[in-house]
Design a protein around this ligand. Structure first.
Ligand code: UD1
Length: 458
């Protein structure tokens, strides 16, 4: 019964705006222990859907080693041959956004091959994804699609072996979603070469590999950071605010003018890696028009799965707003420092477009789908994934306080290096071409984070 209640909450109730988040949390508090027990049972019954391959290639992050990319050990692809036909390969599929996307793919009926070196994630996430996907399909009376896992650094030669094995088995990789990049602004300033090596060189080698295996559908995790100084113009950012080839566009006054390619005012090496990566992808697409490359420009992904079972769970110390607020709410950190209260915004704190990670994950499924539709003609296309609604840092804090029914101690400090005052998405391109839009609010994000924190404390 509790299980059915969870299914109904998860599939519909949690999205019902008439229910308060606090009521839902109360429900979840009561049922979550029973739920986990049930999910574990279901998982053991259906564990044959999940195959885990340990290629044992040591993970490298800038923190562990800025200069060493290890060679992989020999892959052990036992069991790979007994698999279905077509997979979406998710690089970095156990990380924050990757895990939520992997779950959404499974729920949409895709077989998924996750490649992750666990450098900033945990293998346990695989069973959490399996639990949630199994429950989803169980409710429909069906078995979940296949979920396979290869523990490896996507930059090692083991990747070639993996793709060869799948090809030899008659399976195909219908698309690749690439999350396996470094993402810390401050770390990129301290270790720029490590960022360029993974986010740029790693990408180039990956693309050469995909070319060899004739994989055309490629979804790339880009960032609103590529808009650089344009963020501060006080208008929602449009995809055409950063292009990689000059194009003729009609400006806001109806005059046709040349929109010059290139970025201005990028604030950090991390941002530059995203810009370079997009430019490389655009060049590749021009040379190979049959490619279907989609660069998704994320705004500020926050929140977690509504059950709290999947959440942001990095190995590295987080510096982004939501995880820092969470750490203050839990008492792990004494107070939040608000970076800047003199921005030209409604309360002086910076404005961001916070997008719920489940909405973001759904955006990837829309991108994979649209790229394989006959209506898609461009070899390279960029889309903003945001809500179109800006929220200030102070509003986020208030939202978290309401969800947790606790005060978040905060002090106002100076602006942080590399920050912009405002960054909000124009969402019309994603809506019209991908048929996707975000539906969740910052309150939903705060509520789900709080659910995850409560769950974690049990
Ligand atoms: C940055 C990057 C973005 C990247 C994201 C994920 C830029 C311009 N943006 O987003 O591309 O995808 O990180 O790593 O490079 N804040 C505080 N106190 C804190 C933490 C944050 O006040 O302790 C404020 C920040 O100053 C900012 C807002 O909260 O105004 C959001 O910060 P954060 O969550 O770190 O994301 P961004 O800097 O917007």
């Amino acid at each position: 019964m509790w299980f059915k209640l969870l299914i109904s909450l998860y599939d519909s109730g949690l999205e019902d705006p008439t229910r308060s988040g606090l009521q839902l949390i109360a429900y979840l508090d009561d049922i979550v222990v029973e739920y986990i027990q049930y999910a574990r049972l279901v998982d053991s019954l259906y564990s044959s859907s999940t195959l885990s391959l340990d290629f044992d290639s040591a993970a490298t992050t800038p923190e562990r080693s800025a200069a060493h990319t290890p060679e992989p050990s020999t892959p052990q692809p036992d069991g790979v041959y007994n698999v279905p036909q077509s997979y979406v390969m998710v690089l970095g599929g156990l990380g924050y956004i990757g895990s939520h996307t992997t779950l959404e793919l499974l729920q949409e009926g895709y077989n998924v091959l996750v490649v992750d070196d666990l450098s900033n994630s945990f293998e346990e996430v695989l069973s959490r994804i399996t639990q949630l996907a199994t429950i989803h399909w169980q409710a429909k009376g069906k078995k979940m699609p296949a979920l396979q896992f290869a523990k490896m650094d996507y930059r090692t030669t083991a990747m070639h072996q993996l793709l060869s094995d799948y090809t030899a088995a008659g399976s195909s990789i219908s698309g690749v979603i690439h999350f396996a990049a470094f993402k810390s602004v401050s770390e990129s300033i301290a270790h720029p070469l490590a960022y360029y090596r993974n986010n740029v060189s790693g990408l180039i080698d990956l693309l050469i590999l995909l070319e060899e295996f004739d994989i055309k559908n490629f979804v790339f995790s880009s960032s609103a950071t590529v808009y650089g100084a344009k963020s501060n113009l006080g208008k929602p950012l449009r995809e055409r605010d950063l292009v990689h080839f000059d194009e003729m566009v009609q400006n806001d006054d109806g005059v046709v003018e040349t929109n010059l390619n290139g970025a201005l005012g990028l604030t950090c090496p991390y941002g530059r890696t995203k810009y370079f990566a997009e430019a490389i992808l655009a060049d590749l697409a021009k040379a190979s028009p049959s490619m279907r490359i989609t660069a998704l420009r994320y705004f500020n992904p926050v929140g977690c799965h509504s059950t709290g079972i999947l959440r942001e769970d990095p190995r590295q110390k987080p510096t982004n707003l939501f995880p820092v607020v969470a750490s203050v709410v839990q008492g792990k950190q004494q107070q939040l420092e608000v970076f800047g209260s003199d921005w030209d915004t409604r309360d002086g704190t910076a404005v961001r477009d916070f997008i719920h990670v489940v909405d973001l994950a759904k955006g990837h499924i829309a991108a994979v789908r649209a790229a394989s539709s006959p209506e898609r003609h461009d070899a390279f296309r960029t889309y903003n994934l945001g809500t179109g609604n800006g929220m200030t840092v102070a509003e986020v804090i208030a939202s978290f306080e309401a969800a947790a029914k606790r005060t978040v101690p905060a002090v106002r400090g100076p602006r942080r290096e590399g920050d912009v005052g405002s960054c909000v998405a124009a969402t019309d391109r994603a809506e019209s071409e991908l048929g996707w839009r975000a539906t969740r609010t910052v309150d939903d994000c705060a509520r789900d984070c709080w659910t995850a924190l409560t769950l974690n404390q049990q």
